[in-house]
Design a protein around this ligand. Sequence first.
Ligand code: ADP
Ligand code: MG
Length: 611
Amino acid sequence: TRADIRPFPAPPPVPAATEGTPYSWARIRELVLSHRRELILANLIAVLGTLASVPIPLLMPLLVDEVLLGKPGAAVAFMDRLFPAAWHGPLLYIGAVLALTLVLRVAALGLGVWQMRQFAVMAKDITYRIRRDLLGRLQRVSMAEYEILGSGTVASHFVTDVEAIDQFLGTGLSKFLVAVLTLTGTAAILLWMHWQLALFILFLNPLVIYLTTLMGRRVKQLKKRENSAFELFQECLTETLDAIQQVRAANRERYYLGLVDRRARAIRDRAAAYTWKSEAATRLSFVVFLFGFDVFRALSMLMVLFSGLSVGEMMAVFGYLWFMMGPVQEVLGIQYAHSAASGALGRINRLFDLHEEPHYPHLRDPFSGKLTTAVRLENVSFAYGDGPPVLDGVTLAIAPGEKVALVGASGGGKTTLVQVLLGLYTPTAGRVCFDGVPVTEIGLEVVRENVATVLQHPAIFNDTVRMNLTLGREASDAALWRALEVAQLRALVERLPAGLDTQVGRQGVRLSGGQRQRLAVARMVLTDPKVVILDEATSALDTETETRLHAALREYLAGRTTLIIAHRLSAVRQADRVYVFDAGHIIEEGHHDELIRADGLYARLYGKVQE
Ligand code: ADP
Ligand code: MG
């Protein structure tokens, strides 16, 4: 009925899978330039803002020279023309200058905020695009290589590293732009007012900037060390937190938290060096700057005494000195922001350095229009990295609709075989075929759409039962309940307070191991697969539930090609055929009774069990 089709939340936008082009400054520049409009506007606003703020100290000579010291000049003449002579008085001048200052300051403030906003919008959009690119990249990276990085590290690229780039592009560049404009404007006014003093300042600033750059290089090295310590800490912390309950149960909290503590200590040792040395570098360059000011002030007084600089002009020049302090610091600050962003870019690229999962074209579809599909592994070999071969020339064939069991000692490579079958790992030799078509001609996505696996430790999301079943696909309530019924979970979910919409907790903590496995079985049922792989999928169930589940599954699996990896004889016995797997090879093959008669490894594993 229509009633049982619940409205489904709109599917999330899927970031496009990203090519392996690494992130570089050239790429960032490209992204920045894609915001040309905001940038041009921001520059215009910044120029206007500078025009509003830079003249403020120029009002000083008007007040000091013309009003206080009584040397009539342009301002007094202007006011004379504007107002009747009777109104004149120092109060009017001071008030007018104050009002003008206020207007300029408010204008500068408004323009400054507007300018910041342009940059913030640009930076947030670029950082979003980087995150989206990273998500796109995740869709393509080879799982084998991703594993080496670890999820904690990858998460830190998404969070901390992208944040560093955001800092540089947003606040960093925005302040830099204003600083450069202010310095230019100030330099122009100073040159106009008194070129000798101006030249002194123009010489002082580059000196400070050069000194700071020199020290910045050392500091950058320290920052790198701090970052790597932080990364290790995060990785270790995440792992320990994930296992905290088991760690406590084993009474090993002190040891594992000690491991985290050791990493935390490494941060302490390295970060302290970075913090004080970078601070020292900043302050040292600042002191050079300040002392330059002191010299400058002395020079200005000499100029008043000997070269006709007025007191008001001298005060205006001092005003400009203060004016320049902030901008000079910001010009310096951009270097730190830049080197932090550079480091972050380098780390982000680790994700782009990973090899991609092979992309196979979709040339033929052995699944469509059929009820079942044959599965064949031909001489498949595989090893993790440089390790020993885990699969060593495995050949295995399952006829359409056949039920095959795979047994063998744990650690033998059965799960690895499943992962290779799904193309999560690429075999080093041999090939995987469905109905005689190699995976390389089917495409991995199509394979995964038609082959469903239930694993021993299924991933459960911090979401509702419904979402854990559908994984975001659309499904009617009726279909969900049917799947739950096959999985022997219907009664349980019916008793839950919100039924299908009950939250299962982070990583399914509110479910038992067996419930999680049955949830995964229901998830499999829902996808209506052509090929089913159960990898110790019912290992956490009690015998009674397992028997019931297998009975229900038997009906569901009838006609579907099935590979069952299991230890219990009851599960193995229902298979049409059994493969015995040992040390990377298939060593025996046949029906249960045949294998018992053959008196090999299988007979040793299962022969004595009385059913
Ligand atoms: P089974 O499922 O038969 O118990 P697995 O396929 O899980 O065995 O593991 C087979 C072998 O491969 C084991 O020796 C295991 O240590 C190794 N192995 C499993 N996963 C990885 C991995 N991600 N990286 C490196 N070695 C692995
Ligand atoms: Mg396994």
